[in-house]
Design a protein around this ligand. Structure first.
Ligand SMILES: C[S@@+](CC[C@H](N)C(=O)[O-])C[C@H]1O[C@@H](n2cnc3c(N)ncnc32)[C@H](O)[C@@H]1O
Length: 486
């Protein structure tokens, strides 16, 4: 396919809630246009306030019920995003979502739909049934969530000592849910509708709206080689991508999917041409877990910021990852990256760059590295009077608890870090920022003490070091602006 370049793309998100996904994209891509639709007014209003503060003229957050939308009136889009919505709306609304994708996708457009799949989502239904039944008479959502949390605490030990496989499953599920985000718990386990579907049935329904299967957004799941040997042989013996993927869902007991759809009339070969990776630019923040050996083909682990580890064997890949971590959040054009890796792994000139491309692709398929269509240089210095960019300050001011990075990842911030971002408007140096934080902390510490807490102010040196560390973190994620030159 030749999908539209992001910089000028037309994007529609259905069920966009407060625009948490669209607002950062609209801010970072001023040449693209975004339409978000949701029926819930409160999150939309909060999103509109944020968009207004940022003067985003390329974003509209519209209130409407999907069921009453006229697909033809919406226009044409290069990308349609439907996340956390499809499985959780009744059948007619699901059909309407597919109808909109079929009618509104540009000829080279791509739609993304996430949904719950069989067989993996079926056993989860047992816990869902229990939580919903136990709290069925409670109307207030907050009270209901509290009751669910109470039940999960009581269930924690119920199945723990039972060796039966089902009991073990339930025990693990409950253990995970005890720490789940309240929004997820409410949506997934207490919502009216949550209908898992077989992938093949989903594709059958999508095909009735003129849509075909492009790929899975979790690309690595498409490769039978990620399965145990016997399962791989079984899958390889099957004809057709849908048939193979459906069997992989059974073999992996997969519970959810993120499917990319295109128009059914697009001819697709589903053959990988790894050499096309050369056309992209790469960014990654993976740091080595041990000392890196750039002289031998030996497996070594690199860790993502969330702690997930990826094993890399080729010296050139290791060298490339070291270069990318230093350059982050810049996206380095592949030819430049290859050259830098060859130089870094001195004496490795004889290494085969095909190995580098293969490993980089595998990392991409696992979402460990990002690809963009052209090199990007992002300011990531730290000036004497640092200034966070407008999006970061607006998001911190909205007390969302997170900021969107230049790579569209989420950076969690506690209230103190959020306060620091708001203060970083280019008028204060490090000492002045710390002084302001001391005032902020003193105020909040006093409030905590009044409420019966025992909070204490951290020593000055600790605050200074913490503040510097945070500013470096913000810089690393491209949240600071270059000071204006006089
Ligand atoms: C779980 S939220 C997902 C929000 C967002 N896409 C995300 O991933 O964070 C589901 C959203 O779909 C919206 N929604 C559900 N049914 C809808 C309908 N019939 N019309 C418009 N929006 C709907 C809800 O209001 C809610 O904001």
């Amino acid at each position: 396919m030749e999908p539209a370049l992001p910089a000028g793309a037309r994007v529609l998100e259905l069920g966009c809630a407060g625009g948490g996904n669209l607002i950062p994209m609209a801010w970072y891509l001023p040449g693209a246009s975004f339409l978000g639709i949701d029926k819930a007014l409160a999150p939309l209003a909060a999103g509109r306030a944020l968009a207004e503060r940022l003067a985003l003229s390329n974003l509209e957050l519209r209130q409407a019920d999907i069921a009453s939308l006229e697909p033809e009136a919406l226009g044409e889009f290069d990308y349609i995003l439907i996340h956390g919505v499809w499985s959780w709306v009744p059948f007619p609304a699901q059909e309407q979502l597919l109808r909109i994708c079929g009618a509104c996708l540009a000829p080279q457009g791509i739609a993304y739909i996430s949904y719950n799949t069989l067989p993996g989502a079926a056993p989860r239904g047992m816990v869902r049934d229990l939580l919903r039944y136990h709290t069925r008479t409670i109307r207030d959502p907050g009270v209901r969530l509290t009751a669910v949390r109470g039940l999960l605490e009581r269930l924690a030990s119920v199945w723990a000592s039972d060796d039966a496989p089902l009991a073990q499953y339930l025990s693990r599920e409950v253990a995970e849910l005890r720490h789940a985000h309240p929004g997820y718990l409410f949506h997934e386990y207490l919502g009216e509708v949550s209908a898992p579907i077989l992938f093949a049935d989903f594709m059958q329904r999508a095909s009735q709206h003129g849509l075909g299967y492009l790929a899975d957004a979790d690309l690595h799941t498409m490769f039978p080689s990620t399965l145990p040997e016997s399962a791989m042989v079984l899958v390889d013996s099957l004809e057709g991508l849908i048939e193979q993927e459906q069997h992989m869902d059974f073999l992996r007991y997969r519970h959810s999917r993120k499917t990319l759809l295109c128009r059914a009339d697009i001819p697709l070969s589903h053959e990988l041409d790894l050499s096309r990776l050369r056309e992209f630019a790469v960014s990654a923040l993976l740091t080595p877990v041990q000392r890196v050996d750039l002289t031998r083909v030996v497996a070594e682990d690199f860790a993502a910021p969330d702690g997930v580890r990826f094993s890399v064997t080729h010296p050139l890949t290791k060298a490339a990852l070291l270069c990318l971590a230093e350059a982050y959040p810049d996206a380095v054009a592949y030819p430049e990256l290859e050259e830098a890796a060859l130089q870094r792994a001195a004496g490795a000139r004889e290494w085969d760059v095909a190995g580098l491309i293969e490993e980089l692709f595998s990392l991409y398929a696992h979402r460990a590295i990002h690809l963009v269509t052209a090199r990007e240089t992002v300011y990531h210095g730290l000036s004497s009077h640092p200034r966070a960019h407008a999006l970061a300050r607006a998001q911190a001011g909205a007390y969302l608890g997170h900021l969107a990075t230049v790579r569209h990842t989420v950076l969690d911030v506690d209230p103190l870090a959020g306060q620091l971002v708001q203060l970083m408007d280019g008028t204060r140096n490090l000492d002045e920022l710390v002084a302001e934080l001391v005032v902020y902390l003193a105020h909040h510490t006093a409030r905590a003490v009044v409420k019966g807490g025992a909070a204490e102010l951290p020593p000055d040196g600790q605050l200074l070091a913490g503040c510097k560390h945070l500013m470096e973190l913000f810089a690393r994620h491209g949240l600071l602006e270059e000071p204006e030159k006089n």
